[in-house]
Design a protein around this ligand. Structure first.
Ligand SMILES: Nc1ncnc2c1ncn2[C@@H]1O[C@H](COP(=O)(O)OP(=O)(O)O)[C@@H](O)[C@H]1O
Ligand SMILES: [Mg+2]
Length: 283
């Protein structure tokens, strides 16, 4: 794979609770997450995670609930402070940024989309999308123009005057995505953005997102607990278990050469015909 790294995590640890040094040492020596909790009263959130996301890539983080996906993603814009390790984003050492520079990174360069986008209920769809620009004091004409453009990108042209409660869950998530795109960030962080939606709608949004992603080429870190989704969306996938990254690879590599039974268990759940279709999509 070519392209320069845009997000780089190196040796990142996040331990919650006491006895951090002992917890790290024992984890390095092979102790499990439950051992560490029992011995030290500490929760291993992330254990020695390293990966790089290249420009334009959609890099998925996949794993069971509680495996550390959100914690890992939130290191990228420093919503989580690591216990150890380094985090570089867009050429900057995120852990060295001062408050103002960190605010700028979050507001202008790294957009974020969550499972339940908290739209502002008393504001129109347009004003929700334009909200990041409003905070920065952009003039009204510009806010309206940007909102219209981003709503068109997510397939919601014409919904400007509506209010969030008038929209379906899938449409609300698309408004959230449009809002994340309003500042034209170079990086997108997406934490299970489609997980609360019905399977059919989810498939629809995955397809739309793929098309949009190809069009915009934004470097994306995409968290999901759904292997199907990771295979559909990811250029590469990191599989997590108990805070560790157990395998990183293209969908084809993960499916054809799972490193252990944990990874194999996800791959087995994928319907055969789908698998063939996806492998053709990412040869
Ligand atoms: N603030 C915290 N204090 C203690 N434990 C936490 C905290 N935040 C997350 N954890 C723990 O870290 C682990 C990973 O959580 P999370 O990143 O939310 O997983 P995922 O997103 O994969 O479901 C879980 O065991 C969770 O209980
Ligand atoms: Mg999570």
């Amino acid at each position: 794979m070519t392209g320069e790294p845009v997000i780089e995590l190196e040796g990142v640890w996040k331990i919650h609770g006491p006895n951090v040094e002992a917890a790290m040492a024992d984890t390095r020596a092979g102790a499990s997450k439950s051992d560490i909790l029992e011995r030290h009263g500490a929760v291993v959130g992330i254990a020695d995670a390293s990966f790089a996301v290249l420009r334009g890539e959609v890099f998925c983080i996949m794993g069971l609930s509680g495996s550390g996906k959100s914690t890992l993603l939130r290191h990228v814009n420093r919503l989580v402070e690591p216990t150890a390790g380094s985090v570089r984003v867009l050429g900057q050492d995120v852990l060295a940024l001062e408050a103002a520079a960190l605010r700028r990174l979050r507001a202008e360069r790294v957009g974020m989309v969550f499972q339940h986008m908290a739209l502002l209920p008393h504001r129109s769809v347009r004003d929700n999308v334009a909200y990041p620009l409003e905070i920065r004091g952009a003039p009204l004409a510009r806010r309206w123009a940007v909102a219209a453009e981003k709503l068109r990108l997510v397939g919601l042209a014409g919904y400007e005057e509506r209010f969030p409660h008038e929209l379906s869950g899938g449409m609300q998530q698309r408004v959230g995505l449009a809002r994340a795109l309003a500042s034209d960030p170079e990086v997108l962080l997406m934490d299970e953005p489609f997980s609360s939606l019905d399977p059919l709608i989810r498939r629809d949004l995955q397809d739309q997102f793929l098309a949009l992603s190809r069009q915009l080429g934004k470097t994306t870190l995409f968290v999901t607990h759904d292997m199907d989704e990771a295979i559909r969306i990811g250029s590469r996938i990191a599989i997590m278990k108990d805070g560790r990254i157990v395998q990183v690879g293209t969908p084809a590599e993960i499916v054809t050469r799972p490193v252990n039974d944990y990874v194999r268990s996800f791959v087995q759940g994928i319907a055969r015909d789908r698998l063939v279709a996806e492998l053709e999509r990412h040869p």
